[in-house]
Design a protein around this ligand. Structure first.
Ligand SMILES: Cc1cc2nc3c(=O)[nH]c(=O)nc-3n(C[C@H](O)[C@H](O)[C@H](O)COP(=O)(O)OP(=O)(O)OC[C@H]3O[C@@H](n4cnc5c(N)ncnc54)[C@H](O)[C@@H]3O)c2cc1C
Length: 671
């Protein structure tokens, strides 16, 4: 496969296929250097053709090496050091870190898979030698969610994560370092490495959610125990570094567990159990209070640039650089997987078939993240219209698509901030440029909220500590005489309803389109997320935790704080100043955000012939209409699992009492 000077992508044909068939299939694809989208589509087609040749095992057997294709000049991956040189300056000292760390530091990469603005790396690099480690945590790869029993991590995210780790390893190698990759439990593996390489400092980025904090604390306990038994150095120290938010936890005046001042470089056990009963006020319940306080001064620290060279590997580790001991990026699950009796796991780290309808071709890694930042902000200048387009559903540029990179730590939120300020100073400052920062504050807010409320975020009662209404059929329902359709709803069990929702088979085209997009690509727009979440809670009357768990499985950009925080919010158990559930009427939302039904038809192609004005209410189609639209309900497309009240019709007194508040956008509060 190569790109000719004329800009055509040529495929070599595998010999095993008849030449005529292949020629029809591949031929030549135009690769227009001036049109990145066209190029992307061609690359997608190319991938699809290759997938077809090699079947579903493409990624396992053949690594698509596109590096020899000359990159499009506009899409060229920027070099962190040069491209953003003016915003990447050394920040004020974050904490009271020591100038030097004696001995070897082990840097455990978690959701901070980048070199730029990575404070954990910065601290670890002060040691005499540095050992970088990433562990594919078996708990997520083999585990199941608590209520729904879904896999904790699905194929889309697993593949993206693998790309992020591969890119990190590449970046470290280019600076004379190495990334040791392991699969298993960090609680077992890290102490082993500490012992083997005589590590004195274990450095990692601080997380805030239940499981991750439990892991951190357990690791500290294990190391302390090992130290008392003489297995590891008695001077072993753990350093948990705050690394993930726009606003540093130390720079907001709220009492939060995890606040580490005044002595951050102490044992984690002391550090992570900050005292919430200190003199500082508690973290606010509402976003507005938090935002106003932050916006008074915007205390965003400057970003930190990674040095060109890093400390060397410990002497004992130098030998593993060229041997398999450095760990292979797992394409398939390790043999031990069969021991725990999980289903064939090899699919999970492989990319599901890349759907050419996806709004964006997500690839993990720091370079891809910086490239996206460059492309979206500076080249297409989509930032200038972000506020107007952010509720879109289709295409790469209606929103930034930064979330996937932020969730895995390939992109620093402070770098985005610096770039926005740069953009405002050089090109344009308007409501849209502000709004991106506003959304990043929502991300921070959910993270601090998770830190403050701890486990409550994952409980059914959420942050309100009140029980949500049990199985209530929300405000979308009209009390009508029973029809065939409403009977169907009653006959369906909760499991069947959940299954229909997850698979995009509810019979409500807009909902199905969004859920199929999630299933097939691992991404869904913010607007669609709100609508499908509201539908699950209010219209299907299902437990919101099941929805949150399904999102956890599917989303590439899964972030426990943003996901569970938003779900709590929609389910009415979060920190929404308005009481009650938030209701997004699916029909109203469809008419408003997908008026021509292009999004719906893209993901529900069986409804392609349906009239755009009628497509959202298939239960109203009589036999003649079904014939005209070339679809038979119950065959090509399912009957709806619920019937919905027409939007805008006044509610009766009896339904009013039960119904959740329909969402009326409040510009200063809406997410
Ligand atoms: C039910 C539900 C579940 C969600 N789960 C996740 C999740 O697991 N991970 C995740 O990153 N986001 C989640 N979100 C928030 C939001 O939908 C995504 O961040 C956004 O769609 C990502 O696309 P983008 O990067 O193009 O967003 P943009 O509109 O370009 O926003 C820029 C950035 O701001 C932040 N942001 C925007 N909206 C929100 C929000 N509502 N809450 C928190 N941060 C926000 C994100 O970091 C995002 O990357 C969820 C929203 C809902 C309603």
């Amino acid at each position: 496969m190569f790109v000719s000077n004329a800009g055509w992508i040529h495929f070599h044909r595998p010999r095993s296929r008849p030449a005529a068939a292949l020629y029809r299939q591949n031929g030549r694809l135009p690769w227009n250097r001036r049109r990145p989208r066209a190029r992307r589509q061609n690359l997608e087609t190319m991938r699809a053709v290759l997938e077809d040749w090699f079947g579903w095992d493409l990624d396992a057997r053949v690594e698509l090496d596109l590096s020899h294709i000359t990159p499009h000049p506009e899409r060229e991956a920027p070099n962190t050091a040069t491209c953003y040189a003016d915003s990447l300056v050394f920040p004020k000292e974050s904490t009271n870190w020591p100038e030097r760390l004696p001995g070897t530091a082990l840097l455990w990469f978690r959701n901070d898979l980048r070199l730029h603005d990575n404070e954990a790396l910065r601290l670890a690099n002060r040691a005499e030698s540095l050992l970088c480690v990433y562990v594919f945590d078996e708990r997520y790869f083999f585990g199941r969610s608590r209520r729904g029993g879904f896999p904790r991590i699905g194929g889309h995210r697993a593949y993206f994560l693998r790309e992020c780790v591969a890119a990190l390893r590449q970046a470290l190698r280019s600076r004379g370092q190495e990334l040791l990759v392991e699969v298993g439990s960090p609680l077992e593996l890290i102490p082993q490495l500490v012992q083997k390489f005589h590590v004195q400092h274990v450095v990692f980025s601080k997380e805030v959610t239940e499981e991750e904090v439990a892991t951190e604390n357990a690791l500290v306990r294990t190391l302390e125990q090992a130290a008392t038994q003489g297995k590891v150095s008695a001077a072993i120290q753990c350093h948990a570094v705050w690394n993930s938010t726009l606003i540093h936890i130390e720079d907001i005046d709220y009492a939060l567990p995890g606040k580490v001042s005044p002595a951050p470089s102490t044992r984690l056990a002391r550090a992570s159990n900050g005292d919430p009963s200190s003199a500082l006020p508690p973290f606010p319940n509402t976003f507005t209070t938090f935002r106003r306080q932050v916006e008074k001064t915007w205390p965003v620290r400057k970003t930190w640039k990674c040095p060109e060279t890093l400390q060397s590997l410990p002497a004992e580790a130098l030998s593993f650089r060229t041997v398999a001991w450095a760990g292979a990026l797992p394409i398939e699950y390790p043999a031990e997987a069969t021991r725990v009796g999980v289903e064939p796991p090899k699919l999970l780290l492989m990319r599901p078939f890349p759907d050419p309808r996806a709004c964006y071709d997500f690839h993990g890694g720091e370079v891809m993240a910086l490239s996206r930042l460059q492309e979206w902000m500076w080249q297409s200048r989509s930032l200038t219209t972000y506020k107007e387009t952010r509720n879109g559903l289709e295409g790469p540029d209606y929103s930034s698509k930064f979330s996937c990179f932020l969730a895995h730590g390939c992109l620093s939120p402070r770098l985005i901030y610096a770039q926005v300020r740069n953009f405002e100073a050089r090109l344009q400052s308007n409501e849209s440029t502000y709004w991106l920062l506003f959304e990043l504050l929502w991300r921070d807010f959910f993270r601090f909220t998770a830190a403050y409320h701890g486990n409550a975020l994952f409980q059914r009662a959420g942050l309100r500590h009140t029980r949500p209404r049990e199985g209530a059929l929300g405000g979308g329902h009209e009390r009508r005489p029973r029809s065939a359709v409403t009977r169907r709803r009653e006959e369906l069990t909760s499991d069947a309803l959940l299954e229909a929702w997850c698979q995009g088979q509810t019979g409500l085209p807009f909902i199905d389109a969004a859920m199929r997009e999630l299933l097939l690509t691992g991404f869904m727009s913010n607007r669609a997320r709100q609508v499908v979440a509201s539908f699950l809670v209010n219209d299907l009357g299902l437990d919101w935790q099941l929805g949150a768990e399904w999102f956890e499985t599917q989303l590439i950009d899964y972030d426990p704080c943003s996901n569970w925080g938003n779900w709590c919010y929609v389910a009415g158990v979060g920190n929404d100043p308005r009481s009650g559930l938030r209701y997004f009427h699916p029909l109203k939302q469809a008419h408003e955000y997908d008026p021509n039904a292009t999004f719906t038809k893209r993901w529900c192609p069986e409804l392609f012939w349906a009239d755009s004005a009628l497509i959202q209410t298939p239960w109203k189609w009589g036999p003649k209409m079904q014939k005209a639209f070339r679809v038979t309900l119950g065959e090509q497309y399912p009957h709806p699992v619920v019937t919905l009240r027409e939007p805008g019709r006044p509610r009766t007194a009896s339904t009013k009492a039960q119904t959740p508040t329909a969402v009326k956008e409040q510009p200063n509060e809406s997410i």
